[in-house]
Design a protein around this ligand. Sequence first.
Ligand SMILES: [Zn+2]
Ligand SMILES: [Zn+2]
Length: 336
Amino acid sequence: MMRPSLAMMYAMQLDCPGKPLGLTARPIPEPKPDELLIEVAACGVCRTDLHVVDGEIPAHYPIIPGHEIVGRIIKVGSNVEGFALGDRVGVPWLGHSCGICPYCRSGRENLCDQPEFTGCTRDGGYATHVVADVHYCFPIPSTFSDIAAAPLLCAGLIGWRALRLAGDVHRIGLYGFGAAAHIITQVANWQERAVYAFTKQGDAAGQAFARSLGCAWAGASDEMPPVPLEAAILFAPVGTLVPAALRAVAKGGRVVCAGIHMSDIPAFPYADLWGERMICSVANLTREDGTSFFEIAERAKIETTTQPFRLTDANDALAALRDGKVTGAAVIVPSL
Ligand SMILES: [Zn+2]
Ligand SMILES: [Zn+2]
């Protein structure tokens, strides 16, 4: 990837759903008063990016995807306090919330009525540069390299929110063993919980990866775990897994759907829900999720498995994720 000239930035842009991303050059934007201009060091590739590319969730086109951004501040807006040039920051999915709606006023900014989402309704990190609202950026612990930190910004953070929603239970199933599961397994193990990993049928490599990270058991998503689970988190966007997970959890068990989009959930017998089993979804994140997660990630010494891609290879990164060919997390690195 060529280095941008002083005044220009490069990005992989989506003009409309269903099209490949295209390389585009544009003037580097000026940060607004509450914004940071950030030189992107790494940007994780999330399944949500596929939903944006496929038009499965509402986005503002043209859009630069990417919401797991790690970079360094090269310019600050006139109102910015507490951040300095050269500081390393992370930019997550929640790019802005209104602060005045009933959700924002009750500590649930993840459900804001007027939100902005990075890489979806405001430009994201498949780029050499990005501007971000300073109030939604996180400092990144120095123990993580740029590339290692990128998947923490969504896979880690949303996984952490899902894990908290799963409740204070011991035996947890994870359906879909990608970027989020490989991080949350380490957090759950550090908390001395037992993790049961479910992958696609026949994915021996994925199951071996799960066991290598300390999962108590790994098998196919149509198998029953060796013991009833107390909760399950669905990272795979596959509706048929909802009744499967309900059957795998014991009475009182919770099934947490962590994806932003999922195929339809088929009908299932009420008996599978009976016994105070619950199904819920996880939407977005709060800033508190971010600060609490980065503290845990540092203490638990999370190690991310990453596969770097050049910025101009963003379409290949998305294809690899779509085809289940990424072990851990794909990360776009503009300096490559
Ligand atoms: Zn709001
Ligand atoms: Zn994401």
